[in-house]
Every structure is written in structure tokens, then in C-alpha cells.
Design a protein around this ligand. Sequence first.
Ligand code: SF4
Ligand code: MG
Length: 315
Amino acid sequence: MNAPLSPTGRLPRTAQPVYLDDKLRQIEESGRLGYRSKTLPTWCPGCGYFAIVDGLTSALRQLDIPNEDAVVVSGIGCSSRFPFFVNTYGMHTLHGRALPCATGVKTANEALTVVAVGGDGDGFAIGGGHVPHAARRNVDITYLLLDNAIYGLTKGQTSPTSALGFKTPTSPYENADQPLNPLLMLLSYGASWVGQTYAGRPDHLKRMIVEAMQHRGFSYLHILSPCVTFDKTDRTYQNLDLQVRELPASHDPSDKLAAMREALRPDHPALGVFYSEQRHTLGDALDGLVEKAGGSNAAREPAALKQAGKKARRR
Ligand code: SF4
Ligand code: MG
């Protein structure tokens, strides 16, 4: 039943935050509240990002990562507001600069779990030059790329992943640019783990974030996510529900060519782990260089770094 309007014509105060109360109760019951900050997301109701912040906090809880051992790093955009809503250390950096900052954090302290978060504009337009280098260096971080194929924060311009012919409120005569294929790019760049999921499949999304974070090396998780405010025709829940498919059961994640063939079907995006390999990380390479130069890696050992972090927090 609808709540009666007050004499001012507004809903009574107690009736307004029902959605937030329900959401908070759900989060509290799930035990994830310990990883949610007190700042409530400012995203539009229905935005795919709500499922993704729940996915990340669930993954942190499942992997039992202490809050103070995790860092969420972002650039600029709707999705880059992530660090405000997660109760870990966080950096809201410059536009497109999440990956170099996350690389710096991980290199300075290998004991930290570092997650970079950003959107298709932040990651593949202004930040596009950083992606290949984080991937080829195999920095041991997870990159969650929230792809809604539009610039949401600046009210609906086409982005590097917008479809040909896509009309937006600010591009009324169609997008004339061929979209990038991020999965194919990341496979070519040498990312050691590449996967895809969809904000409309929250259970799959949570499983994939956990798998991406468990991988030792650069893990790239492409997350299809609707912008419900500025895209009413293309990357909508209705369209994605019809388009997405599971990777074939026979898919071998060690076969890069098979992964590339799957990535070449962006009209029917496959969900799952496209590719996974184990190889030296940037941290391994730096340890090797320190030893070659006659130095000691004792101060870079996780136990020593944890101890140093505790001391710094006490100061
Ligand atoms: Fe989400 Fe789009 Fe709203 Fe940004 S503008 S919060 S991407 S629905
Ligand atoms: Mg976007």
C-alpha cells in the first residue's frame, strides 16, 4: 500500500528510505557489511554497479581478506566511485590512471590485495595506454572493467566500446566509430587471466570476482553492465539477458587461440574464464633484479611488510 502524503505533498520521512533500509538489511544478513563503508552508493536505481559492489564485498569476505590488507583503486567515472563504498583502503585517482597507481601500490607492498576498478571510458579512452603495460608486466592485481558502453557520469556520450550506429542523448545521429574488443585486446596484451561476467547474473559475477582475485598475476575481469539512465536501447538488461551465453563446456582456458575465437563473438558475449596461465609476476621480476644487484628482498617479504604496515598504522 502506498504511504499517505503529508500536508506538504511529500511522502512522510519514514516512507522515503524504504529501499535503503531493505538494502542495508540484506547486506547485514549476508555478513558483507564489514566490507561496506558507511557511504551509500550514489548510483541511479537499477544501475548494474550495485551488483558489482556486492560482488566485490562478497569476494573479500569469502577470501577472508582483512580490510586493512585490501586496496581498491579507481580513476574517474560513475564506476570509479567504487572506493567510497568499500571499507578498505582506497584511492580515487586521476582519470584513466587507476592501473599505474595500482601498480605502484602493489610494487611498494606485495602483501596487499589490490583491485583496480574502472569503466570503459576510463580504461580504454584516456587510460588506454596503461592497460597493455599492466598486462604484459603481469602485475599481481585484479582489474574489474565495468563496461556499460557509454560515458554515464558526463551524461551519455559514446565510449570506445559503444556499438556502431548507437544513438545517445548527446550523439543523436548515430555512433560512426567501430567499437574496441577489450577481451581480444587483453588476450593480445598478455594478461595472464581473462574472464567475462554480467551484472545481471550476480551469482556468476561473485564467483568470477573470487576466481580473478585468487589468480596470481594480472587478472582482467570484463563486466557487462547496463547504464539504465542513458542507454534505453542497446546494452540494456533485456538485450543482455538474450545475448549472453556460457563459454562452451569444452573450452580449455590454457588455449589462447580458442579464447581469442570466443572473444571474436561480441554480439553473443560468453561468460566464464577465457584464459588463464601462470607465469612470473612483476614482483617476481623485481625480486630477481634485487638479488642480481646483490641486495636483499627481506624487507619485501609479506611478513615483514605486514609488520611494517602495523607499525605505520600505530604511529
Ligand atoms: Fe549507472 Fe548510468 Fe546512472 Fe552512472 S549514469 S550511475 S552508469 S545508471
Ligand atoms: Mg562507461
